[in-house]
Ligand binder design. Structure first.
Ligand code: ADP
Length: 170
């Protein structure tokens, strides 16, 4: 454990990393819970070379920013490379991960242990989503939009419009 986590007056900063392609009410539920626990939450859009995102990094960041205007203490950024390096650069001591169902657990458990192995400084904090979002992910929302469904109960209106622009006006 480093001194950084031990300073009583040091602001508690957490990183919430993910693809956010696009942000959903499930992600927002986790952000709202996280900001109750930390002074600052940095929502960090991952530049993931393996996944082929529908939205560019800039678009994903812009959508998140639009959804968190009422949440002081929430910052939006993007990162590439090792999350632990990015977290250190930002002075963060915790990483937030959302848990939806037991199916998330195995992967998240593995990642948390790997991250702890490469950086003892970063504590993974799991937050459980509201049960009404426990089945929700970005892929399902994209699929529903492309099939013509209304996704207003899964994503904010602004995100819904961006999805329709992208998937229906092709
Ligand atoms: P996904 O494509 O599965 O939505 P992301 O990479 O965008 O995944 O997710 C980032 C983080 O948010 C992960 O910790 C993931 O478990 C969490 N998350 C995603 N959707 C939800 C949800 N509906 N409820 C709670 N956590 C969620």
């Amino acid at each position: 454990m480093t001194a950084q986590t031990g300073y009583p007056n040091h602001p508690k900063i957490a990183i919430y990393p993910g693809s956010f392609d696009p942000i959903t009410f499930g992600h927002l539920d986790i952000i709202r819970r996280a900001i109750m626990l930390f002074d600052q939450v940095i929502v960090a859009v991952a530049r993931n070379r393996e996944k082929r995102p529908l939205f560019s990094e800039q678009e994903r960041m812009e959508m998140i920013k639009n959804c968190v205007t009422d949440l002081p203490g929430v910052e939006v950024d993007c990162f590439h490379g090792l999350l632990v390096d990015y977290a250190r650069k930002k002075g963060a001591t915790a990483m937030i991960r959302g848990l939806r169902a037991v199916s998330d657990f195995e992967y998240e458990f593995q990642m948390a242990l790997v991250n702890r192995k490469i950086s003892e400084d970063l504590i993974t904090v799991f937050l459980m989503t509201h049960d009404k979002y426990s089945y929700l992910n970005s892929s399902i929302v994209k699929e529903l939009v492309s099939l013509g469904a209304d996704v207003g109960c899964f994503v904010p209106a602004y995100v819904k419009e961006r999805l329709y622009d992208k998937l229906r006006k092709k």
